[in-house]
Design a protein around this ligand. Structure first.
Ligand code: NAD
Length: 314
C-alpha cells in the first residue's frame, strides 16, 4: 500500500520527523540507521508522536495515525533504504566526513537516475558534501527548521552541478508533504535562516554587553514585539505595510537604517565576562539542568503547537 518509496538515513530527532512527514502524505518510508536501538526507539517514539498529534487534531494528511505508522518500516541495510526510492533524505550527525561517507554510500546504492539524494544538514555547504560524487546532479540540501512538524520552512540549497529538475522535484515533494520550501539560488555559509538568526544574536549580545539592555528585556522585544509580527509577516512585508509601500518606507527611513546600521559594533567573541554575565542571568531564569530545561522546552512546544494551530489548522 502507499505511494512511492522514500528512504530516510539516520533515525534521530530529524530522521523521525521526516519519516512522519513523508508517511503523512502516504509515502512508503524505509528508515535506516547504523544503531539498532535507535531504530527500535524511533518506532516507539514515532508511534507515540503520531497518536498524540491525532488526539490533538494536529495530524497532517488524510490518513489515520495507525495508517501512517504502518507505512514506516526500518532497516539496518542502507541499500535497502535507497533502492528504487524517489527521494532519500540523509539525517546523520552534523559532521562533514561522515556526511561525505554516507553520501558516497547512498550514491553507490542508487538504482535509478531519478532518485533525489537530499541532505538535512544545518550548515555544511553542498560543495563540501556533494563535489565529485558520480550522481552530484541528483544531490541537494533540504534543511528543515526544528521542530519540522510545527515549523514547516525548509531551505533548499542546490550544488552548482545540481540538475535544475532535481530542485524542481524537491520543491514539489516538500510542498506535497506540507513543508514550506524556500530556495537559495547559490550556496552561502549559514544558508538564509541561520544568517538572519546570527545577525539577531550578534546585536542582542552587543546591546547586553555594551550595558544598554538586560537579556530579559532583549528577549521581550521578540516575545512581545518583533516575534508577534514575524509569525505572520516577514521583514519585507513589514516594510511595505509600515509606510505607503516599500519605496515610501525607504524614503522615510533609509537614512535612519543606514545611520543605525553603521553604529553596529564588530562580531562579538561570545566568551569572557560577557558570556559569564549573560549565562548567569539566563541560569537564574532557567537553571540549565535537564528537569528545568525539559519543563521549559515542553512549554515552548505547547506554545508552538498552539501558534501552528492558529496558522495552519484554523
Ligand atoms: P541525532 O543525533 O538526533 O540523530 C542522528 C542519527 O544518525 C542517530 O540515530 C545515529 O545513530 C544515526 N547515524 C550515525 N551514523 C550513521 C550512519 N553512518 N548511517 C546512518 N545513520 C547514522 O541528530 P539530528 O538532530 O536528527 O540531526 C541530523 C541532521 O539534521 C544533522 O545534519 C543536523 O544538522 C540536521 N538538523 C538538525 C536540526 C535540529 O534541531 N536537531 C535542525 C535542522 C537540521
Amino acid at each position: 500500500q502507499g505511494k512511492s518509496k522514500v528512504g530516510i538515513i539516520g533515525s534521530g530527532l530529524i530522521g523521525r520527523s521526516w519519516s512522519m512527514l513523508f508517511a503523512g502524505a502516504g509515502y512508503n518510508v524505509v528508515l535506516f540507521d547504523v544503531v539498532q536501538s535507535q531504530l527500535d526507539n524511533a518506532l516507539v517514539d514515532i508511534k507515540n508522536q503520531l497518536m498524540k498529534l491525532e488526539e490533538q487534531s494536529l495530524l497532517r494528511g488524510k490518513l489515520t495515525a495507525n495508517e501512517q505508522f504502518s507505512l514506516i518500516k526500518v532497516t539496518n541495510d542502507l541499500p535497502e533504504a535507497v533502492k528504487d526510492a524517489v527521494h532519500v533524505q540523509e539525517c546523520v550527525p552534523e559532521n562533514v566526513d561522515l556526511k561525505k561517507k554516507v553520501f558516497s554510500q547512498m550514491d553507490a546504492a542508487c538504482t535509478t537516475d531519478s532518485t533525489v539524494l537530499c541532505s538535512s544538514t544545518s550548515c555544511i555547504l553542498p560543495s563540501n558534501i556533494f563535489t565529485d560524487l558520480p550522481r552530484v546532479s541528483q544531490c541537494i540540501i533540504a534543511h528543515p527548521c526544528n521542530p519540522p512538524y510545527h515549523c514547516p520552512v525548509t531551505e533548499l540549497v542546490p550544488h552548482h552541478e545540481t540538475n535544475p529538475a532535481v530542485l524542481g522535484k524537491t520543491k514539489l515533494i516538500m510542498e506535497e508533504i506540507g513543508q514550506c520550501p524556500v530556495t537559495l539560488k547559490r550556496e552561502v555559509d549559514g544558508f538564509g535562516l541561520n544568517r538572519m538568526q546570527y545577525a539577531i544574536i550578534n546585536e542582542a549580545w552587543r546591546l547586553v554587553t555594551d550595558g544598554i539592555m538586560s537579556p530579559e528585556d532583549v528577549d521581550k522585544i521578540f516575545t512581545h514585539g518583533l516575534g508577534m509580527r514575524y509569525a505572520f509577516i516577514g521583514p519585507f512585508e513589514t516594510i511595505h505595510l509600515n509606510a505607503e509601500g516599500t519605496e515610501s518606507y525607504m524614503e522615510r527611513y533609509r537614512s535612519s537604517i543606514i545611520r543605525v546600521s553603521n553604529s553596529f559594533g564588530p562580531v562579538p567573541t561570545y566568551d569572557g565576562e560577557g558570556l559569564a554575565s549573560i549565562a548567569e542571568t539566563m541560569n537564574k531564569r532557567i537553571p540549565p539542568n535537564s528537569t528545568e530545561l525539559g519543563k521549559r522546552r515542553e512549554w515552548r512546544d505547547k506554545q508552538l503547537i498552539a501558534l501552528s494551530k492558529l496558522k495552519y489548522y484554523a
